[in-house]
Each structure stands twice: as structure tokens, then as C-alpha cells.
Design a protein around this ligand. Sequence first.
Ligand code: AHG
Ligand code: MN
Ligand code: MN
Length: 343
Amino acid sequence: MPEFQTLGQFIIEKQADFPYAKGELSRLLRDIGIAAKIVSREVNKAGLMNITGAAGTSNIQGEVQQKLDIYANEQFIAALRSGGECCIIASEENEHIIPINSLISKTAKYAVAIDPLDGSSNIDVNVPVGTIFSIYRRLSRAGSAVLGDVLQKGKEQVAAGYILYGSSTMLVYTTGKGVNGFTLDPAIGEFCLSHPGMQIPKQGSIYSVNEGNYVHFPQGVKQYIKYCQVNDDISNRPYSSRYIGSMVADIHRNLVKGGIFIYPGTAIAPHGKLRLVYECNPLALVIEQAGGRATNGTERILDLEVSKLHQRSPIFIGSAEMVLAAEAMLAEESLTLNRSYLD
Ligand code: AHG
Ligand code: MN
Ligand code: MN
């Protein structure tokens, strides 16, 4: 018998918590776990196989696709299609929603959004990458599922999580009743419960932001970064700057240790870089469920209207008190701006 509870055992035990469609959501989570193991196996031997580097194609966002972006996308789509519980899939790598066999699409109850490989530019240099997933209850009642089934507000997610392909592979997820983390034991090929009831510290001492873009940041963000760098024994500043460039890895570290992750809007990219449907919303649900906070600077990420599949949003996410401090500096900036318009 394994020493730890496996993901499969845990999901079945928690099934009673789901308000309805208990078996289906459990099976969907199981399917995601299976695809995660396959992708983990490939990521782990990436340097040995001809699967690093660019694929020679671009996705809808004009970003260069890595071979592993395409591989991971295929694996998750295949697992979700064959599992039979998913009526529609949205992926970072596909311009439009991905069709599901019409017989399954008519009856399956869940819509899924995925970032199959997050931080994929890090794959060639053996730096952690991830997968992000978001699950909604289908809204449409008849016929094949529609785009609206996946374009719901983040607060409607029934489950969300990520897989981190790091020094070990972890799957962390929530069904709205706290957050649990599982580590893949390669010897038995099972995700085992290693981090039950994860809680993010209210206050941390790590800030994660691409400071190379500093010159483009709004005044409030610049001010917050300067605040992080000031010497103050009482509040344990200066904070440490840590930025991996894989959102999943940066957010996982901050979830465990406490910290804030920022990807702001700028004058040239007012909505920032990160995508609401398959990056910001699922990670916001995980962090909120762990006791943290996620906003776009003024509004809760999970309350934002979703109108487009590849919509972007600025994000301030992590330890609640750190996010509140950053928001306060942004609010001060807009007050000053409003005052200067009135002058
Ligand atoms: P993806 O590989 O799925 O396109 O995501 C990359 C994202 C995210 O993981 C990371 O935090 C961010 O891009 C890094 O962007 P910068 O290089 O602009 O800092
Ligand atoms: Mn990503
Ligand atoms: Mn990606």
C-alpha cells in the first residue's frame, strides 16, 4: 500500500462534497491527472528527445509555439475528449473553441479552459514550466456546447488548478473547498497527497515582477516596487525579488512561502500580458481558496466580465496584505491623476 493517499483515492473520498454530478467531476479531474503524467514524462526527458525548441509555428497571440506547447496541448485535448465528461475545450494554443464529438458534447456537463504549457520559453533551459486548468459547469441546455459555456466569470469555476513540472511534478487544485497539493511519485506513477489544506501566508517577503519593464509601469506599481526595496526591519523589508518567468512556478513558490506576483497593464499594453480565461481566473481561484487575494489592481479577478477567449488582464495576486498594499498605491496614483485634471 502506498504511504500517501493517491489523487484518485482523494478525489473519490471528496466526491461527497460536490453539490451535484459527483462522478463526472471526479472523472474529469482524473483525466487531467492522466494527461499531466504523460506531459510530465516528456518534460522530464526533454533534453534527450528532439522536443525542445520552437515548432516553427505561431499561436493566435502571435507567440512562437514550442514543440512542447503543441505536444502538451494534444495530450490534454486527447484526455478530455476521450474522458467523455467535457463538452467544450478552450486552449491558449487554439484560436477558437475545440470541438468535441457531438454525441459527447450534447451530454457532457463541464467546460474546460487550459494553458497546456505555461512558461514554455523556459523549456530549453531546464527551468520549471506548468499547466493551468479551469473547469465550469456547462450553461447551455440543449445541443452542442457553445462559447458562452467557457466564457463565464471566474467566480463560476467549479474547479481549477495547475500542474508544476519542477524539481518534482506537483498537481495543485481546488473545488472551492480549500486547496490540496499532490506530488507525483515516479516510482508508482501516482500523484500522492503531499500538501493538504494549503494556505498562503497573509504577508510574505517576496515580490515577483518583470522589472525589465519598469519604465513602462504605472506610477502606483513603480511606487510599490520601491516600497518593496526600502529598508525596514519591522516589516522585514527589503523583500526578495524572485521571478522565474513561468507564472505557475512563481505563483506556486509564493503560495508556499508568501509573496506577491504582479503583471500590470502599461501604456503600451493596458491589459497586460496574461490571459484571463486560462491563466488569471484559475490561479485566482486557487490563491483565494488558499486565503490570498487576486485583483486587476482595482477589481477582483473572479468578478471580471469575460467577453473574449484570449482576453488579457493585469494581475496582482498572492498574500492578501501585499496585494492590498499594492492596490492602495495604485488608488493613490489615480487620486493624484484626478486631482491634476481638476487643477
Ligand atoms: P505562456 O508560456 O503560457 O505563453 O505563458 C508565459 C507567461 C507566464 O508564464 C509568465 O509569467 C509570463 O509569460 C512571463 O512574461 P515576461 O517574459 O513578459 O515576463
Ligand atoms: Mn501561460
Ligand atoms: Mn502556454
